[in-house]
Design a protein around this ligand. Sequence first.
Ligand SMILES: Cc1cc2nc3c(=O)[nH]c(=O)nc-3n(C[C@H](O)[C@H](O)[C@H](O)COP(=O)(O)OP(=O)(O)OC[C@H]3O[C@@H](n4cnc5c(N)ncnc54)[C@H](O)[C@@H]3O)c2cc1C
Length: 479
Amino acid sequence: MKDDMSLGERLASIVGSSNVLIEDVVKERYSRDALGPHRGYWQDWAKITKPEAVVRPKTTSQVSAVVRLCAAEHRAIIPWGGGSGLMGGAVPIERGIVVDLRGMNQILAVKEDDRMAVVEAGVVLKDLEAQLNKKGLMLGHDPWSLPVATVGGAIATNGLGYLGARYGSMGEQVLGLVAVLPNGQIITIRAVPKTSTGPNLKELFVGSEGCFGIVTEATLKVFPIPEERLFCAVEFNSFEQGFKAIQSLYVLGLKPALLDFGERDVSFLPPEVRALLHFEQTAPTLYIAFEGIQGEVDIQKNRANEICFRYEGRELSDQKAQEFWETRHEAGDRYLEARERGEVSAWPNLPPHIKLDFVHVSISPSEVLGYRRACQEITTKHGVNIWEFGLWNRPELFSVVMFAQGGTEEEALAKMTQAVDEVLTKAQALGGSMEYCHGIGLRLAHLMERELGEGLDVLKKIKRALDPEDIMNPGKMGL
Ligand SMILES: Cc1cc2nc3c(=O)[nH]c(=O)nc-3n(C[C@H](O)[C@H](O)[C@H](O)COP(=O)(O)OP(=O)(O)OC[C@H]3O[C@@H](n4cnc5c(N)ncnc54)[C@H](O)[C@@H]3O)c2cc1C
């Protein structure tokens, strides 16, 4: 490269000029992921900036060359998948280059006998699912955001989907991967189902939100499409009864593929907000599915029904259960459409004095009901309403969706921020974790030390060893 070339020209010499984007409107688009302004306050909100350029590499060697160049030029690198992250992980807060991986969207191999898929990191989950289905296989990771999230982004956030109860999180499906380290070095972690050759280095990239390197390729465990899948929808008189039924299912050893339990009270939402949200008033309702071998599935479903009836559950129509399943990606589709219209939030544009936020904590099952009561007390104290409580995948994965309204934006923001932080720190105080599927990004960075304690120091040391100049997605995850 000639010495007098600009950074843009240098990047173009690696990925081609059509894959270096510097138009202001494009850079603006890459300065927001799905962390919208309707959420509570997050640290570094004011620092969010546009990238200097967006590059779209096509190969691992191009990613490596881009990283080497950025390291030499002291530029931050921000890996970008589908941009559907809800925590601000993919937005720049320092002068830097966004590396959009979606040009690396090849499905390199589907090994039917090995039940493995080798894919580039930028493959959109929905596209992978469609290809696997043609061969009688399925991905297993099935988040709401299937139509937009990429394999790399799902690994980097260790996402969880509707079928996580049976197939685990995205990270659990990773057998091996290829990644580019902050110095440009390419590391290949071989794809084996089990190894005992030291700590498994793939864990360095699972849930690490692009702070330790860029994943460019992954080998994933995939699954045969089950012979049978049976759904069931059951309504309960109270959250407590539904929760006890779910606990009993697990104590018995039943293994649902899908478990989604929630109650929703939207009665207090102003009509204009209700119209925007697509959510209805819902009594405590459990959607549950069993899948696998015929016969086994019927037995599991019948036993689950027996247990639910014992807790006064009322079975809803098959159509209701089927509808839940068929509409499960609608929020992801809506998000994509909104983004195409130029909106930045995962949820619709709300007036600034209205805030909506959500938490997804992981706590022991024995703490769930007490924690739910504590959430009610905390939010009431701060003048915030809860419009949804839920459990996803397992009895210990608990979510709360909150609504705050103020005379001014500042007022609403202050209430929501205090309520969310207190709800999260309460989960931590009970020995739990403040987030089970969306990662940390910018939104939760201020609570990382509280959660990891000295562990955060260890992570910072690893980060410094791999990335002494702190160029790889700086400022994220509290690192
Ligand atoms: C409507 C909606 C519904 C959602 N539902 C779910 C859900 O059900 N379950 C769930 O888990 N999440 C859900 N999410 C959140 C989001 O879709 C997930 O976090 C998803 O895994 C992010 O993937 P992405 O490709 O969009 O990543 P991005 O948002 O682009 O990036 C996320 C993080 O990963 C890093 N990253 C991206 N690609 C790479 C790479 N190749 N190498 C290293 N780092 C990388 C980024 O720098 C960033 O820190 C939802 C989001 C929306 C908007």
